[in-house]
Design a protein around this ligand. Structure first.
Ligand SMILES: NC(=O)c1ccc[n+]([C@@H]2O[C@H](COP(=O)([O-])OP(=O)(O)OC[C@H]3O[C@@H](n4cnc5c(N)ncnc54)[C@H](O)[C@@H]3O)[C@@H](O)[C@H]2O)c1
Length: 395
């Protein structure tokens, strides 16, 4: 039996992380607690954190529990005490860091979307395939696969409980850009983010649709819109401009993305992603309708899964709310007693558990860089379709 985290001789795996803001905080907490929650076969050692600003990176390393701070991700990759590189930076850096790490024989966890362009994603998937031949593993951080209710939905679908799939309906709605005064951060710049709502949050909906159905989209028709085309630049006025004067810059990504799609089985899919849905904070919903029933999930009620079983008599059939907190539900064996709810943060702990388990077992983790590439193909096809009057675009 392999060593487990509850045993003193469990081998360690040195982690090096790049980026320490939003995702950096969430991933740090996951690395710090995964061996407490789960009996993992490798104990993560939070070796080093990389950022660009020395003082800020040292402060973040101290706060989150990283032993060392580096100001260049290349140095981080080269460290002997780092065996896994965790990429929590904007999309324009993913390909370069991930490929360098994989080529150096380091396992990689890379945040989503995998890349900013299809060419980058293809190069990353190639690098992951090369590395896998030497036992080096790569995973992309579509963490919503690790919500227990989502994993249960997948289990029920794969067991045939909703039968032949007819519809997938997914939307990811937020509202943090509804105010036109929100500044022009990297998420609103194509060269840094690749796309807007489409790649930022639509990518999650696409990954869930492909994961839950077990089918890649074969074609799409898309519509993109940018509602606020100029926003104030964050921080000080650029050199040469009067201090204190408000300057603006162009928004170069979509604010909203809508598209339809087809799956190889004949099922049809409908997607919407926006950061302008006033009142919708983090509303990722997905519903799948099959010949035998339906499943529906809402991230803002993430401990629940709705299930309609058409094989029941019509007299009593109805959507039932499954509280996904039982010990035999996915991931729940490690958490709290039934009814003691989990949250968004737990998805990153579950993700870390799965990655450590795969590395120790020598198996390829999911979602793989190949899965990330399959999402990227959809993102590219939607953008292409939208640029050509919503023309049907094959994937
Ligand atoms: N899985 C999820 O639910 C989820 C949620 C939010 C963001 N993300 C993804 O995570 C990634 C990071 O997003 P975020 O929200 O944490 O962004 P953020 O702006 O909060 O943090 C980005 C971090 O990267 C650092 N950084 C930027 N360029 C760098 C460089 N060249 N070298 C070193 N460090 C650099 C910044 O200093 C900062 O620490 C993106 O790919 C994003 O799409 C995923």
């Amino acid at each position: 039996m392999p060593a487990r985290s509850s045993q003193p001789d469990t081998p360690e795996l040195g982690i090096g992380m790049v980026g320490y803001a939003f995702m950096g905080a969430a991933h740090s907490r996951a690395w710090a607690t995964v061996a407490q929650a789960f009996d993992v076969p490798l104990r993560p050692r939070m070796a080093a954190l990389a950022g660009r600003d020395g003082a800020a990176t040292r402060a973040a390393a101290h706060r989150f529990g990283w032993r060392h701070a580096e100001t260049d991700w290349r140095t981080l990759i080269g460290r002997d005490d780092v065996q896994l590189v965790d990429i929590c930076t904007p999309g324009d850096t993913h390909a370069e860091i991930a490929i360098a790490a994989l080529d150096a024989g380091k396992h990689v966890l890379c945040e989503k979307p995998l890349a900013n362009t299809l060419a980058e994603a293809e190069a990353m998937a190639d690098a992951a395939a090369r590395a896998a031949r030497h036992g080096v593993r790569a995973m992309v951080g579509f963490n919503y696969r690790r919500v227990p209710a989502v994993a249960l939905a997948r289990r029920l679908i794969m067991a045939g409980r909703i039968g032949t799939l007819r519809h997938v309906r997914a939307s990811y709605l937020q509202d943090w850009l509804a105010d036109a005064a929100v500044p022009l951060t990297w998420r609103l710049q194509r060269e840094r983010a690749g796309s807007g709502a489409l790649g930022d949050i639509g990518a999650h909906a696409i990954d869930l649709a492909q994961y839950l159905s077990g089918e890649p989209l074969t074609g799409v028709s898309g519509l993109l819109a940018t509602f606020v085309t100029e926003r104030p630049r964050p921080g000080a006025a650029p050199a040469g401009e009067p201090a204190g004067e408000k300057t603006t810059g162009p928004v170069t990504v979509d604010d909203a993305a809508l598209f339809t799609g087809r799956l190889p089985s004949g099922a049809v899919a409908l997607f919407e992603a926006t950061r302008f849905a006033a009142g919708r904070k983090n509303a990722l919903t997905i519903e799948l309708n099959g010949e035998l029933g339906s499943l529906a999930f809402d991230l803002e009620r993430l401990n629940e899964l709705s299930f309609y079983d058409r094989t029941e008599g019509e007299t009593t059939a109805g959507f039932r709310r499954i509280l996904v907190t039982e010990p035999d539900h996915p991931y729940l064996e490690a958490w709290w007693p039934p009814g003691h709810l989990l949250g968004w943060e737990h998805t990153f702990v579950n993700q870390a558990r799965d990655l450590l388990t795969d590395i120790a077992a020598g198996t390829d983790p999911e979602p793989s860089f190949g899965d990330g590439l399959r999402v990227q193909r959809v993102l590219a096809a939607v953008a292409d379709s939208a640029a050509h009057g919503s023309a049907w675009t094959k994937i």
